[in-house]
Design a protein around this ligand. Structure first.
Ligand code: PLP
Length: 282
């Protein structure tokens, strides 16, 4: 398996991380996970655009052009013969003696990228998943796709310990997002989802979902909803790069979102799949 380290594709066995890389010591960096279907990146440009935005929000200047990075990722996919899976990539602020202030400009960000074979979660997409809800204890810049994921990890671990796939987070009773997905509910035929501000990651799959809804004439209300409204929703679904449009059928051990994937969720799943096929082929 090849991996990309800075500009080069090398054998994974020869890749190493310096002990003073700021990503390793501080989680000082940004990342993306891009879905690959049929050997092609789905919404690749949108992911790269968000990566540049995340990096500039924390003062990291990416030392490649978007075209260079895209070429490199495409080469990586080809060399690893990846058909269905993901590309993970991250830039850290680089290698420097451990001090909180940013190092000088001659320290270049470190790029690491690799691919992974990941199938579509067919069974879960069909049956739906279980979730818990818990408090959102993360920082106030959740719009940045930062390597600092402890708040997300602690919540997701709680879900795992409860035998669930996702933890749905709330701030002061208002639902923000999942630990690694965005969340929407359906009530009376309308979709409700948290606005894309600093409290959530502006998910690319969420954006695809919004575009589909605009096209298909489904009303979406981008306003926070409460935990009570989540519990009382007609349907609940997650969106995310690996989960696509995922029904939630149980919350905190109780039947929720109608107890089975609902009609709006099913339609969205089909339209989402059509969008994938449109971009990446069948
Ligand atoms: N929210 C969080 C916290 C995430 O980690 C993710 C990543 O998958 C998402 C939302 C969904 O974003 P995207 O659709 O861009 O994968």
């Amino acid at each position: 398996q090849y991996v990309a380290v800075n500009g080069n594709l090398i054998d994974r066995k020869n890749a190493y991380i310096d002990i003073e890389d700021r990503g390793y010591q501080f989680g000082d960096g940004v990342y993306e996970v891009i879905r690959v279907y049929n050997g092609k990146m789905f919404t690749g440009n949108e992911h790269l655009e968000r990566l540049w935005k995340s990096a500039s929000s924390i003062g990291i200047t990416i030392p490649h052009s978007r075209e260079e990075l895209k070429d490199l990722l495409e080469q990586l996919i080809q060399k690893n013969k990846l058909s269905l899976g993901t590309v993970y990539l991250q830039y850290t602020r680089g290698i420097a003696p451990r001090k909180h202030p940013f190092p000088s400009d001659d320290v270049k960000p470190t790029l690491v990228a690799y691919t992974k074979e990941v199938g579509r979660p067919e069974e879960k997409l069909h049956s739906g998943i279980k979730a818990i809800q818990t408090e959102d204890i993360r920082w106030l810049r959740c719009d940045i796709k930062s390597l600092n994921l402890l708040g997300n990890l602690l919540a997701n671990q709680k879900a795992a310990e409860a035998g669930c796939d996702e933890a749905i987070l709330n701030r002061d009773g208002r639902v923000t997002e999942g630990s690694h997905s965005n969340i929407s509910i359906v009530k009376g035929g309308k979709i409700y989802t948290h606005p894309a501000n600093n409290y959530i990651l502006n998910g690319i799959s969420r954006r695809v979902m919004l575009e589909i809804c605009a096209r298909e004439g489904i009303q979406v209300i981008e306003e926070p909803f409460t935990v009570k409204e989540l519990q009382d929703a007609d349907e609940i679904f997650l969106t995310g790069t690996t989960v696509e449009v995922m029904p939630v059928i149980e919350l905190d051990g109780k039947s929720a979102g109608g107890g089975k994937p609902g009609p709006v969720t099913r339609k969205l799943q089909n339209w989402f799949k059509a969008e994938i096929e449109n971009q990446c082929g069948r």
